[in-house]
Write a protein that binds this ligand. Structure first.
Ligand code: ATP
Ligand SMILES: Nc1ccn([C@H]2C[C@H](O)[C@@H](COP(=O)(O)O)O2)c(=O)n1
Length: 227
């Protein structure tokens, strides 16, 4: 996916490392589009709950995925998620979605559908803006293994718990199950706890937010000659 002069940056990593916020900032600095692929699984989860589809009914959820009237806003200044033209960005961040999204994201038929949508979106956004920063769990390995730059963003469990607890204004310990349990389930279908061949690891455990953005930009500069 290093098509022509487009810069395609793929970023994976465990929950709470800062993938989404850092990727958005990197996309802004590069002047390219941004794709939050986790938001797509969250949108499908929200839609299934709205439609009273049992998340454990794999066939029904896969059918809902194929028909999902989903539009992803890919401007890093105003990322948004729409179903049938309605913004659901706020709803997909609710804890009921965070707690149940892994059931949907580990449905292999859903993944095949979402991965195809993600490839199409990345190509479209790249064409429009000259590139894309896409983040998730399987972007470096499955969705865009030929991306210009492939990064695994990591951080210690302690750092991730502290970041999440600050973000949600709850105790660090109470975020452990969200982070650790979700990663355990999600990693049964994707490789994001360790770097795949050719993927550059950026450990943000001891970096603040701006240093993490600069660390990613440094890798982009080294690998693609962009900054
Ligand atoms: N290097 C950093 N230092 C401190 N805080 C950070 C850093 N990077 C991100 N954060 C903060 O950590 C929180 C979690 O970040 P973010 O939501 O981007 O993580 P994520 O990896 O996308 O998580 P998930 O995959 O679960 O959605 C945010 O509040 C973000 O501002
Ligand atoms: N490419 C992706 C992106 C996300 N997921 C899973 C991981 C989470 O359970 C869920 C939501 O992701 P988040 O918004 O928390 O980053 O979707 C995945 O399996 N593959």
């Amino acid at each position: 996916m290093s098509n022509g002069s487009h810069v395609v940056v793929a970023i994976d990593g465990p929950s709470g490392t800062g993938k989404s916020s850092v990727s958005k900032a990197v996309a802004r600095k590069l002047g390219v589009g941004f794709l939050d692929t986790g938001a797509m699984y969250r949108a499908l989860t929200w839609w299934c709950l709205e439609q009273q589809i049992e998340l454990t009914d794999a066939d029904a959820v896969a059918a809902a995925s194929r028909d999902l009237p989903l539009t992803m806003g890919t401007d890093p200044n105003h990322p948004d998620v729409f179903i049938d033209g309605r913004s659901i960005e706020v709803h997909i961040r609710e804890s009921r979605i965070s707690q149940s999204v892994s059931t949907v994201a580990t449905n292999l038929d859903v993944r095949a559908d979402m991965q195809q949508r993600q490839r199409e979106l990345m190509a479209q956004v790249s064409e429009q803006t000259g590139g894309v920063v896409a983040e998730g769990r399987d972007i470096t390995t499955v969705v865009a293994p030929d991306a210009t730059v492939r990064i695994l963003m990591t951080a210690s469990e302690e750092a991730r718990m502290a970041r999440r607890s600050k973000q949600l204004s709850v105790t660090a310990e109470s975020t452990r199950s969200q982070i650790v349990d979700r990663d355990r389930v999600d990693s049964t279908v994707s490789t994001f706890m360790t770097a795949a061949d050719g993927v550059v690891t950026v450990d943000t455990s001891h970096l603040d937010f701006e240093q993490s953005v600069q660390a990613v930009l440094h890798v982009v500069s080294a690998e693609a000659g962009h900054e």
